[in-house]
Write a new protein. Structure first.
Length: 81
C-alpha cells in the first residue's frame, strides 16, 4: 500500500466534512419544510422527506463512514511503516 501524506489526509477529511455538510443541509431543509407545512401538504412532504432519508441520506452517511474507515486504515498503515 502506498504511504499516505498528511496533505492527502487533510484533503480527504475536508471532502468528508463537505459531504457531511451537504447531507446535513439537505436533511434540515427537508424536515424544516415538513415542520412549516400543514394539512395534506405536510403529509406529502413528510413522506417525501422520509423516502429521501432512506434512499439518499442514509446511504450517503454509510458511504461517508466507509470513507472514514478507509482513511483510518491508510493512516494506520502509514504509521506502521
Amino acid at each position: 500500500m502506498e504511504k499516505i501524506t498528511m496533505d492527502e489526509v487533510q484533503i480527504k477529511l475536508e471532502q468528508i466534512a463537505a459531504s457531511l455538510q451537504i447531507v446535513l443541509e439537505g436533511m434540515c431543509e427537508d424536515f424544516t419544510a415538513v415542520r412549516k407545512s400543514s394539512g395534506e401538504n405536510a403529509k406529502f412532504l413528510s413522506l417525501s422527506a422520509c423516502r429521501r432519508t432512506n434512499t439518499v441520506y442514509a446511504p450517503a452517511l454509510d458511504l461517508i463512514c466507509d470513507a472514514l474507515a478507509a482513511l483510518e486504515t491508510s493512516v494506520n498503515e502509514a504509521v506502521k511503516q
